[in-house]
Write a protein that binds this ligand. Sequence first.
Ligand code: AP5
Length: 200
Amino acid sequence: MILVLLGPPACGKGTQARNIARHLGGTHISTGFLLREAVEQRKPLGMLAQRYVDAGELVPDDLVISLVREVLQCGDNSGPAVLDGFPRTVSQAQALDAFLPPDRVILIELDNTEVILRISGRRMGPNGESYHVLYNPPPQGLVAVQRSDDREDVVRERLEIYHRQTEPMLEFYERKGLLCRVSGKGSIEEVFDSILPLLG
Ligand code: AP5
């Protein structure tokens, strides 16, 4: 089973994708995490991607598509895969359809004001997990840091790019009858509860 989670920056894709993968016994695949890891480890992909990630722009389609294809082909494909942050353009959606068409596409909707609130309090754990200083504090003693692309000017660019480049892709899945919308408002548990019936 291939499940795609979509939505604006900080709508809760990563938080919910982890919970869904745990619930289904599947794998959580976050392109944002994989790209940040490649940048930190100075891999060739990271060198190519860094300037886009730092500026809040989309990394070119060909790079992201081959990254996801590699992960899906190399990993253990027996269980469900939860894709978080991929696809983000019509080209990426078409490419995914060609090698592993998704079974469900869930859009987590959240308005810009709430996005800014969530991003300003977000802190990242060592394994790419998201915490929030108020809503989901990191466990005591764990070192959680702010993401470099969570600066206000970069966040505004990420939001703008989401509306301009990713929203048009939603029609692609709407026409296929695959798109389900859930509200990202409410607690992490409330959002998860509204996703659960869509997983059956
Ligand atoms: P990526 O890492 O995917 O960033 P994003 O899409 O902007 O999403 P975020 O990771 O910011 O947020 P999220 O929705 O996962 O929210 P989270 O669960 O953390 O991508 C980063 C960059 O990589 C892109 O800008 C681009 O450059 C590149 N990239 C990635 N994929 C690409 C692709 N396919 N093509 C091209 N380029 C690509 O939650 C946010 C905060 O809110 C946290 O603090 C969390 O604890 C808190 N929270 C979550 N849910 C709730 C809730 N219900 N109530 C209260 N707080 C909550």
